[in-house]
Design a protein around this ligand. Structure first.
Ligand SMILES: O=c1[nH]c(=O)n([C@H]2C[C@H](O)[C@@H](COP(=O)(O)O)O2)cc1CO
Length: 138
């Protein structure tokens, strides 16, 4: 499957290592991750410098539209991820959400949206791995 992985950039990069592990794991399952740059350790919260904001937004929306599913890690609050999730809802794109237990409350605008009916609370990478393995089977 083509996966649009969404996770924080300007919202903070504390989980960058985890993003990379999740991306690598999804690739090891045979999927294509369109947004691999999100796991890049050299990408700071200032975002990508080579592209204008409009170029980033338009590229990402094209990727989101061509993807089979959006996988979002939502623990670090991010305006961009919120925007991407709302866009996915509008175009009826399947969404899988990963959110770490107890660390931060998930916004009601996400947990209260019917379209987001696949929200997975997890403790650590090993648990997230099992969720992805089960959920990304087809
Ligand atoms: O440089 C970027 N490149 C990029 O692809 N994004 C997209 C992908 C992420 O899923 C999301 C992160 O949003 P934010 O930067 O508001 O945390 O936005 C966001 C930025 C910076 O805002």
């Amino acid at each position: 499957m083509k996966i649009y992985f969404a996770a924080s950039i300007s919202g903070g990069r504390a989980d960058q290592g985890l993003y990379r592990q999740l991306i690598d794991f999804m690739k090891s399952l045979g999927h294509q991750v369109l947004t691999e740059h999100i796991g890049n350790p050299n990408l700071s919260k200032d975002g990508e410098h080579e592209l204008s904001a409009t170029e980033i937004r338009d590229r990402d929306i094209n990727w989101l539209e061509e993807s089979d599913i959006v996988v979002a890690e939502t623990t670090q609050p991010s305006l961009g991820v919120g925007y991407e999730l709302a866009y996915a809802e509008k175009i009826n794109k399947p969404v899988l959400i990963l959110h770490r237990n107890h660390e931060r409350h998930l916004s009601a605008m996400i947990s209260g949206t019917h379209h987001f009916d696949n929200i997975n609370y997890y403790a650590d990478f090993q648990e997230a791995r099992k969720i992805l393995q089960t959920e990304l089977k087809s």
